[in-house]
Design a protein. Structure first.
Length: 76
């Protein structure tokens, strides 16, 4: 599975989750000072290519393909 989302949305989700959940503060997250660098890293990401079945999942608003389709893909 390779989950994708717009880098701007990923940034906003990370900042929101850090503000809402004190346990996430232990993990690195983008602060407003390094948001540009964070976005640049997200945009430059290249997924690992493996000789195995794969599926791309858009997580912009839920899961596309739907969760049931993902489970079916993973089922033996």
């Amino acid at each position: 599975m390779h989950c994708t989302v717009d880098p701007e949305l990923a940034l906003h989700r990370s900042l929101r989750r850090s503000a809402e959940n004190q346990h996430r503060r232990a993990h690195p997250h983008p602060g407003s000072a390094d948001a540009g660098e964070y976005l640049a890293r997200l945009r430059a990401f290249e997924r690992v290519a493996l000789a195995a079945p794969s599926m791309e999942v858009d997580t912009t608003d839920g899961y596309q393909p739907a969760l049931g389709d993902l489970v079916a893909f993973l089922a033996p």
